[in-house]
Every structure is written in structure tokens, then in C-alpha cells.
Design a protein around this ligand. Structure first.
Ligand code: RB5
Length: 148
């Protein structure tokens, strides 16, 4: 798959650490920054990654900030995004199986690198379950988006 990845200054080190790991899993990676510890605003990086996903330029997106909270909130403002903030691989598996999440958020100040690799692997390797109850719920999320 084509994976877009972006982070703020709180997440860029983990982003850079994960890129070769994701490539090693057989995916191509588009790095949307940031690339230093200089302070930036996470909504800008969330939006860049989210737009790469909803435009079809990327199949999935990964965003990282200090906690993962701000960048996931911002990503979920972009129409068509379902971004799950995950702190363990079970959450990553379930956000794919149940929510058909097209984006993953993580907090670099919350989780270690090895845990992040496990989360990314589960997120990238799990398919949506396609269960009708999950489809109905995702359709309701889309309807909420359309109603705003
Ligand atoms: C940046 O200091 C920090 O606020 C950001 O990385 C993130 O944790 C926000 O939710």
C-alpha cells in the first residue's frame, strides 16, 4: 500500500524511526514532515496527511504528535477520514476491523518505539471485517458528516 505519514515536532522522531519499518513491511511511504524539533502546529500536518488519504494519493495515513490526541482530532475534521488513536495493537486491529479506520494516530510521548511498531503492523495488516453491523455504523458516521 501507499502510506502517508506526518507528525508535529513531538512526533517527528518516532515518524522517522517508523518509515524504514513500514517500508520493510512492503509498503511505500510518503513523508509529509515535519522533519525537525522546531515547533509546528499539528493541525497542519494532520490536514496534509488526511488530504493525501481522502484524495486517494495514499491508501492509509499515519499521524503522530506528543499525545496523539490533537493530531487525531484534527485529522477527523477532514471529510472521509476515520482516524483511530491507538495505544496498543489490539486497538489498532479493532479500529480496522470495526471502524474501517483509514488513518492511525499515535502519541510519541505516550508509547515506546517497539509498541509503536506493533501498532503500525496491526493497523496495516488487518482488513475491515465487512460485518453488516459495522457497515451500518460507519454509514451513520458518514451521515453525521454530511449533516454538518
Ligand atoms: C505539542 O507540544 C503537543 O501539544 C502536541 O504534540 C500534541 O500532544 C497535541 O495534542
Amino acid at each position: 500500500m501507499k502510506i502517508a505519514i506526518a507528525a508535529d515536532h513531538g512526533g517527528y522522531r518516532l515518524k522517522d524511526e517508523l518509515i524504514p519499518y513500514i517500508e520493510g513491511l512492503g509498503h511505500s511511504v510518503k513523508d509529509l514532515g515535519t522533519n525537525s524539533a522546531d515547533s509546528v502546529d499539528y493541525p497542519d500536518y494532520a490536514a496534509a496527511c488526511a488530504r493525501a488519504v481522502v484524495s486517494g494519493e495514499a491508501d492509509r495515513g499515519i499521524v503522530i504528535c506528543g499525545t496523539g490526541i490533537g493530531i487525531s482530532i484534527a485529522a477527523n475534521k477532514i471529510k472521509g477520514v476515520r482516524c483511530g488513536l491507538c495505544t496498543d495493537p489490539v486497538m489498532a486491529r479493532l479500529t480496522r476491523e470495526h471502524n474501517d479506520a483509514n488513518m492511525l494516530a499515535m502519541g510519541a510521548r505516550i508509547i515506546g518505539d517497539e509498541l509503536a511498531r506493533g501498532i503500525v503492523k496491526a493497523f496495516l495488516e488487518t482488513e475491515f471485517s465487512n460485518g453488516q453491523r459495522h457497515i451500518n455504523r460507519i454509514n451513520k458516521i458518514t451521515a453525521l458528516e454530511e449533516a454538518e
